[in-house]
Design a protein around this ligand. Structure first.
Ligand code: B12
Length: 211
């Protein structure tokens, strides 16, 4: 083999064994059936994509990158529609339950490998039980005002927000009911020394955590 050929071969080998070609900073959270599996505050992580991917930095890559960082199990099977996430953590999809995802609050009508992400996007993967009314709403928690008060909104699959009436705030082992009105579901938790606040509501996916 000539010297030139050896250099080219070495370059090709280096390219083939090089780590992922792209990386994008994206917020990722994974909510399991009973608990949060990854990123309660929707941490900003580097989403990398394998070189062979048709669509770089997609919502399936976000799950893969979170799984590497969080060391949690997930499984993909190939179905007639393409790659399908049929298990995350302990629970496999079965019957009317399974794993779904949202990007920036809305549920894309296609598989995760078909949804290209942009820097700063928020990807939420969650365990969901489907009924006649469709899937669960996801809760969105935010701080309001200077006092430690929090607003809870419920988000549907199209990304539309409405007050999560009846939502409960959780601070450590303490719970605080939000005040229900047609306008807002807000609760004040008092001093909580760095503990994160979450919100839950029956039939909805637990919220992001906020300091
Ligand atoms: C039931 C169902 C679900 C259940 C599956 C529960 C289970 N036990 O696994 C749940 C609610 C979990 C689900 C999730 C999703 N679904 Co769905 N689902 C269906 C539905 C209504 C029936 C599928 C079925 O049971 N077929 C009968 C069985 C015998 O055939 P099967 O091939 O074995 O079915 C399996 C696959 O279809 C797979 N599956 C279900 N949804 C999806 C979506 C994608 C993209 C892939 C690759 C596979 C897949 O789960 C089925 C059961 O194991 C179809 C609509 C339809 N009428 O086909 C939509 C449908 C397949 N889902 C769809 C979508 C978009 C999704 C999600 C991507 C939504 C989201 N944003 O998260 C996710 C998948 C994400 C992931 N996990 O990778 C679209 C796919 C469109 C497309 N061209 O890609 C469909 C066609 C609905 C629609 N019209 O929009 N789904």
């Amino acid at each position: 083999m000539s010297h030139r050929l050896i250099v080219v071969a070495a370059l090709v080998a280096a390219l083939l064994t090089a780590p992922a070609a792209f990386a994008l900073k994206v917020h990722v959270r994974v909510e399991g059936k009973e608990r949060t599996i990854f990123g309660p505050t929707a941490s900003l992580i580097d989403v990398t994509t394998p070189r062979a991917n048709a669509l770089p930095e997609n919502a399936l890559d976000a799950l893969e990158s979170a799984s590497v960082l969080g060391e949690f199990y997930y499984h993909v099977t190939l179905s007639s529609f393409g790659p399908y996430v049929d298990q995350v953590g302990r629970y496999a999809a079965a019957g009317q339950t399974g794993w779904v995802f949202k990007v920036n609050g809305a549920s894309p009508p296609v598989g995760a490998d078909q949804v290209r992400l942009a820097a700063g996007d928020t990807v939420l993967w969650y365990w969901a039980q489907f009924g006649v009314a469709g899937g669960p709403k996801t809760l969105v928690l935010s701080k309001v005002g200077k006092a430690p008060c929090y607003r809870v909104l419920a988000q549907d699959d199209n990304g539309n927000l409405s007050p999560a009436l009846g939502a409960v705030l959780h601070v450590g082992k303490r719970t605080v009911k939000t005040q229900g009105s047609t306008q807002a579901a807000v609760g004040c938790v008092g001093p909580h020394r760095g503990l994160l606040v979450r919100a839950t509501l029956a039939g909805a996916v637990r919220s992001n955590a906020v300091a």
